[in-house]
Design a protein around this ligand. Structure first.
Ligand code: GDP
Length: 443
């Protein structure tokens, strides 16, 4: 059975939650490999809506084991809340959820530092969710982070906490003029969290290796997206982890030789949350239309998302970096009302038209998008499950976009529900998951 990485091809919010949920019905294990509770994967099952922040979207399938990998940073209070809310809604976690003992903890001073540094950043504000994810990764790299295994060892936890607080309190007080923390105020709740989470904390690379050797099929679930990757994204307006496919290996301990393919998830238009460059951004009525039709408001923060036309330059870049074998294109139905649809095919800068995604901040900010314009289809595609049933203009849009990014589409999503899903029968994606060939539910 293949082990496949699912990666956001844009700035996140591509609809990864829905696609992973659909594919999870065909796999044995789903693993989150990076990010924290700043992600919000939305999955709609019947009349119920689930927003998953740290737990892989596969948790909604009883037979699917879910792993939170070592590349993820975990806020224990938020994770416990997410677990409790799933249990209350009838989702079973016992024997289904495993947490890496090497995953780093988000500590109470991390959100405080996140908010304090953002409030002083002026026009270089990143627009983080303020949940402390970035500062937790800073500590991980600085080798002062506290890991899940430490949470289970009271003595080491206290020692690391005391050491950290000496530094963090000085920083909070003297640089940011912000509130400080005492050891006891953190120690007590974290002892409770330790008791709660202990049954789930384990050596997940070892488990994954055993499962894979026994023939299990694993789906690696990325959070955020390629253009937010710490190395390859629009730095510094990025997230602090490796969202691209390479992160699946380091963030889980599964070697690259055990990974068989990469699926990119892209939205039929483009959105971005927070600050940073967005060459094909729209303002005015068209942006409002996309935001309203696509319900483009943050699933964690409720913030309105910036909206624009799909960017084939950026998609080609994502395809190259991640090695996409196939793309799942989501939210085609959101474009149904558009008279024309545009695709950004180049960036005009300094008298040239660039067709390779640039790495310089000045170019991102000053570039002018070059568009190719196609006719809209102005009829509903919502819920269509067969390519042949799509309006001709919608098919032309899909074919042209796939040609421009150089990757065939394996799946097209035409609504938020599981069965609003079209699988291309001859695609590599269909060969990975043949039971989905007849549509949802899998056979
Ligand atoms: P993620 O972080 O990549 O999972 O993205 P979000 O949580 O922002 O999910 C995107 C939103 O779009 C969710 O509310 C989904 O239910 C919804 N969605 C996913 N696919 C489709 C689709 O094809 N059409 C429509 N209209 N909504 C979709």
């Amino acid at each position: 059975m293949p082990n496949i990485v699912v990666v956001g091809a844009q700035w996140g919010d591509e609809g990864k939650g829905k696609v992973v949920d659909v594919l999870a019905s065909c796999v044995d294990v789903t693993v989150r490999y990076q990010g924290g509770n700043n992600a919000g994967h939305t999955v709609v099952v019947g009349s119920e809506k689930f927003v998953l922040q740290s737990i892989p979207s596969g948790i909604l399938h009883p037979g699917c084991r879910c792993v939170i990998g070592c590349g993820v940073v975990i806020d224990p209070a938020s994770l416990i809340e997410e677990m409790e809310s799933l249990v209350q809604r009838g989702v079973s976690l016992d024997g289904n959820l495993y947490i890496s003992k090497n995953a780093h903890l988000i500590m109470p001073y991390h959100p405080a530092l996140d908010r304090a540094s953002e409030s002083q950043a002026g026009k270089r504000r990143i627009g983080t969710t303020g949940k402390g994810v970035g500062p937790a990764y800073v500590d991980k790299t600085a080798r002062i982070g506290i890991r899940m295994a430490d949470l289970l060892d009271e003595e080491i936890f206290r020692e690391k906490l005391e050491y950290n607080l000496q530094q963090k309190n000085r920083l909070l007080r003297e640089i940011y003029d912000a509130e400080t923390f005492t050891v006891d105020a953190i120690l007590h709740p974290y002892r409770r969290y330790a008791g709660w989470l202990a049954p789930y904390i384990t050596d997940t690379p070892l488990l994954l290796s055993r499962w894979i050797d026994a023939g299990a099929s694993v789906l690696f679930e990325g959070a955020q997206g390629t253009l937010l990757d710490v190395d390859h994204g629009t730095y510094p307006f990025i997230t602090s982890s490796s969202a691209t496919a390479g992160g699946a290996s380091t963030g889980t301990g599964v070697p690259p030789t055990k990974i068989n393919g990469v699926l990119g998830i892209a939205k039929a238009y483009l959105t971005r949350v927070g600050g940073g460059p967005f060459p094909s951004e729209l303002h005015g009525p068209m942006a409002d239309l996309l935001r309203a039709q696509g319900k483009e408001f943050g699933s964690v923060t409720g913030r309105p998302r910036r909206c624009g036309w799909v960017d084939a330059v950026a998609l080609r870049y994502a395809a190259r970096l991640n090695g996409f074998d196939s793309i799942a294109l989501t939210k085609l139905d959101v474009l149904d009302a558009c008279e024309t649809v545009k695709v950004c095919v180049g960036y005009r800068y300094g008298g040239d038209v660039l067709t390779d995604f640039p790495g310089e901040e000045r170019i991102w900010h000053e570039t002018e998008p070059v568009y190719e314009e196609l006719s809209g289809w102005q009829t509903s595609t919502h819920g269509i499950r067969e390519y042949a049933e799509l309006p001709t203009k919608a098919r032309e849009y899909l074919d042209r976009l796939s040609e421009l990014c150089g990757v065939p589409f394996g799946l097209v999503s035409t609504g938020p529900m599981r069965d609003d899903t079209m699988l291309m029968p001859d695609s590599v994606l269909a060969s990975w998951y043949p039971s989905l060939r007849g549509g949802w539910p899998p056979r």
